[in-house]
Design a protein around this ligand. Structure first.
Ligand SMILES: Nc1ncnc2c1ncn2[C@@H]1O[C@H](COP(=O)(O)OP(=O)(O)OP(=O)(O)O)[C@@H](O)[C@H]1O
Length: 323
C-alpha cells in the first residue's frame, strides 16, 4: 500500500513548493490570526524557513472588535517567539476609519497594516492561510453577486507580495495538522455566528455539499483555476492589442464594434483605467454603459462614471472628460 502523506507533510510540502523561488536570506512573513488555517501555515513556515535559510516573521492583527482580541494577539506573538520566529508583532488597527460593512472595513484595515509592516521588514512574501474551502466559498459568492469571470477566477495563489501556499489544500488538512502537531488554535466565535455572511456561507456550503455531493468544494475550486487561466490569457491578449493601438487618448469605437465581446470589453476597461478611473470604482453598470456607446450607440447619451467623469461618442471616437 502506498503511504498517504500526513497533513504535516502535505502542508510543509505546500509551503516549500509555493515559495521555491525565494533565495536564502529572504524575509518571509505569515499573517496569522491564530485560527487553525494560519496557525498551521505559520507552524509549517517555522519548520521550512530556517532550513531554506529564510528570516521568518509573523504578524497578527488586532482589529479591537471583540473582547479578548488583545489577549489572543498576545498569545499568538508569544507562541511565535517560542516557536523560533525571528520577528513577531501585533498590528493594532482601527477598522472604523474604513468605509464598508464590518467585515470589509476590518479586511481593508488589516491589509493596510500588513502592507506597511511587510515594507518595514523588507519581506519577499507575506503568506495567507486561505484554503481550498475558502476558494470554493469565494466562487459561490462571486456567482451570487454576478461578479463575472474576474470574480469567478477566485483568489490567486500569488498577488503582489501576498502568497497563498495552501490554497489547494482542504481545510480539514489544517485542522488535522493542528491536532497532529499539538497546536491549540483560536476558534473565531463569529465563525459559528450567522450574522456574518462568510460564516453563513460556510454553513450553506455544508448544506449544498450534502445535496450536491462531496466533490462540490474541489469542483468549485478547480473551476476557479480554469476560469483564472482563461481570464489571464484573454487579459494578456487584450493588453497586447491595447498596446498595439498605442494606448489612445480617444478610443476608436468604430474599430472596436466588430470585435468579440471578451476582447472589446477588456479594451474599453483598459482605456477607462488609463483615463484615471480606479478598478475598484468601476462597476458592471459603468462598463455596460460604455460598451453600449461602442456597439449600440444610436440614441445613447453620454455615460456617467465615478468621479464626475463622462464618456461620450463623437465621430466614431469615445472621449472621457470632466464637464
Ligand atoms: N487578525 C488577523 N491577523 C493576521 N492575519 C489574519 C487575521 N485575520 C485573517 N488573517 C489572514 O487572512 C487569512 C484569511 O482569513 P479568514 O478570516 O478569511 O480565514 P480563516 O479561514 O478563518 O483563517 P484562519 O483559520 O487562519 O483564521 C488567514 O488565514 C490569515 O492568513
Amino acid at each position: 500500500m502506498p503511504k498517504i502523506p500526513s497533513s504535516v507533510a502535505r502542508l510543509r510540502h505546500a509551503v516549500r513548493r509555493g515559495l521555491e523561488d525565494l533565495p536564502r536570506g529572504s524575509v518571509v512573513a505569515v499573517a496569522c490570526s491564530g485560527g487553525p488555517d494560519s496557525l498551521a501555515l505559520a507552524d509549517a513556515l517555522a519548520f521550512v524557513g530556517p532550513r531554506r535559510g529564510w528570516t521568518t516573521a509573523l504578524a497578527t492583527v488586532d482589529h479591537g472588535l471583540q473582547e479578548g482580541s488583545d489577549a489572543r494577539a498576545a498569545d499568538v506573538v508569544d507562541w511565535a517567539k517560542e516557536t523560533g520566529f525571528d520577528h513577531a508583532r501585533t498590528l493594532r488597527v482601527e477598522p472604523g476609519r474604513f468605509a464598508g460593512g464590518p467585515e470589509a472595513s476590518a479586511r481593508d484595515a488589516r491589509y493596510e497594516a500588513l502592507n506597511r509592516q511587510a515594507a518595514e521588514w523588507g519581506t519577499a512574501a507575506v503568506l495567507l492561510g486561505h484554503t481550498r474551502d475558502d476558494q470554493a466559498e469565494t466562487v459561490l459568492l462571486g456567482l451570487a453577486r454576478g461578479s463575472g469571470p474576474r470574480g469567478l477566477a477566485g483568489m490567486r495563489a500569488r498577488r503582489g507580495v501576498y502568497r497563498r501556499p495552501i490554497l489547494d489544500l482542504p481545510r480539514e488538512t489544517t485542522h488535522d495538522y493542528c491536532l497532529q502537531r499539538g497546536l491549540d488554535p483560536w476558534i473565531d466565535p463569529h465563525n459559528s455566528d450567522s450574522r456574518f455572511k462568510r460564516s453563513a456561507l460556510r454553513e450553506a456550503m455544508d448544506t449544498l455539499t450534502a445535496v450536491l455531493g462531496h466533490g462540490l468544494v474541489a469542483n468549485l475550486a478547480r473551476t476557479a483555476g480554469q476560469v483564472a487561466a482563461d481570464v489571464d490569457f484573454t487579459d494578456a491578449l487584450a493588453a497586447e492589442r491595447y498596446a498595439e493601438m498605442g494606448s489612445p487618448s480617444e478610443l476608436p469605437a468604430a474599430d472596436l464594434e466588430g470585435l468579440p465581446e471578451a476582447l472589446r470589453t477588456r479594451l474599453e476597461r483598459l482605456w477607462l483605467l488609463d483615463q484615471g478611473l480606479s478598478a475598484a470604482g468601476l462597476t458592471h453598470r459603468h462598463l455596460a454603459a460604455v460598451d453600449a456607446l461602442v456597439v449600440d450607440w444610436s440614441g445613447q447619451g453620454p455615460a456617467a462614471l465615478p468621479g464626475g467623469l463622462v464618456v461620450a461618442r463623437k465621430k466614431g471616437l469615445l472621449t472621457c472628460s470632466r464637464p
